[in-house]
Ligand binder design. Structure first.
Ligand code: NAP
Length: 248
């Protein structure tokens, strides 16, 4: 039986690269997306052409309904999931905390935190050995922003990622004896569409000088860490936070 992975937010950026890499490593893949169906189905076609069992499922993972439908489609079309990558996330236009309203803050936490909690819940229901599952691995995509706090840009975003780090550490302890490992990756600046959503498409080039390695990272460099954490090569790592941030 092939391992089966759900990657949330896999229509672009880090999620898309991760789905591709996992497919190359033998996983059947569920590509979740919110709005970019063209990119999601182009990836399905690309993967199916090389013999990968790949599906795309539109679902808003910040909603109960979306998450339940995503997992049940994966159950029905791919079988038992063995891996989950909580990658879906948003960034909102750069702002100081003094200008943030409740609507923005709630939207940020619902998209970046509630989504990961709900997906973890559904994954644990399926993977836990006490429920008849075969164990599995979860990777939460956090951010190096946890450590800087991202002042005057997006402290709200950084705080959602700190919540994911805590989810990672707490859940890992809850489910370690269920055969489930839970880890987080914390990427530094990676050149994806996310920075345009923050209002500064060229942000990675601007901050490159402050990164010890002198450059932004690639989506593949992040995907490689995620794939390693999901693999048996990482069998003794759980509850850990792995920086992929060029030394930041
Ligand atoms: P991206 O290119 O903007 O991709 C974000 C993905 O998330 C898209 O596929 C988008 O789907 C999906 N998405 C957003 N909200 C969703 C929802 N409610 N339900 C389902 N899918 C949803 O961003 P990225 O840079 O690859 O970011 C991926 C992850 O890495 C995020 O969690 C981000 O916080 C984290 N990260 C990024 C960086 C960086 O510098 N880029 C650094 C650290 C951490 P559609 O396009 O289909 O709408």
């Amino acid at each position: 039986m092939n391992p089966v992975a759900i990657v949330t937010g896999a229509s672009g950026g880090i999620g898309r690269e991760t789905a591709k890499l996992l497919a190359q490593r033998g996983y059947a893949i569920c590509i979740n997306y919110l709005s970019n169906s063209e990119s999601a189905f182009a990836l399905v076609d690309e993967l199916q052409a090389i013999g990968v069992n790949a599906i795309a499922v539109q679902a808003d993972v910040s909603s109960e309904e979306g998450v339940k439908r995503l997992f049940s489609e994966a159950d029905n079309r791919l079988g038992n999931i063995t891996a989950l990558v909580n990658n879906a996330g948003i960034m909102l236009p750069q702002s100081a905390v003094s200008s943030m309203d409740a609507e923005r803050i709630n939207a940020m936490f619902q998209a970046n935190v509630t989504s990961a909690f709900l997906c973890c819940r559904e994954a644990v229901h399926r993977m836990a050995q006490s429920r008849g599952g075969n164990g599995g691995a979860i990777v939460n995509v956090s951010s190096a922003a946890v450590k800087t706090g991202s002042p005057n840009e997006y402290v709200d975003y950084a705080a959602t990622k700190a919540a994911l780090d805590t989810l990672t550490m707490g859940l890992a302890k809850e489910v370690g004896r269920e055969g489930i490992r839970v880890n987080a990756v914390r990427p530094g600046p990676i050149d994806t569409d996310m920075h345009a959503a923050g209002g500064e498409p060229d942000r990675v080039a601007r901050v490159a000088d402050n990164i010890p390695l002198g450059r932004g990272g690639s989506t593949l460099e992040v995907a490689e860490m995620i794939a390693w954490l999901l693999s048996d090569n990482a069998s003794y790592s759980t509850g850990s936070l792995f920086d992929v941030a060029g030394g930041m």
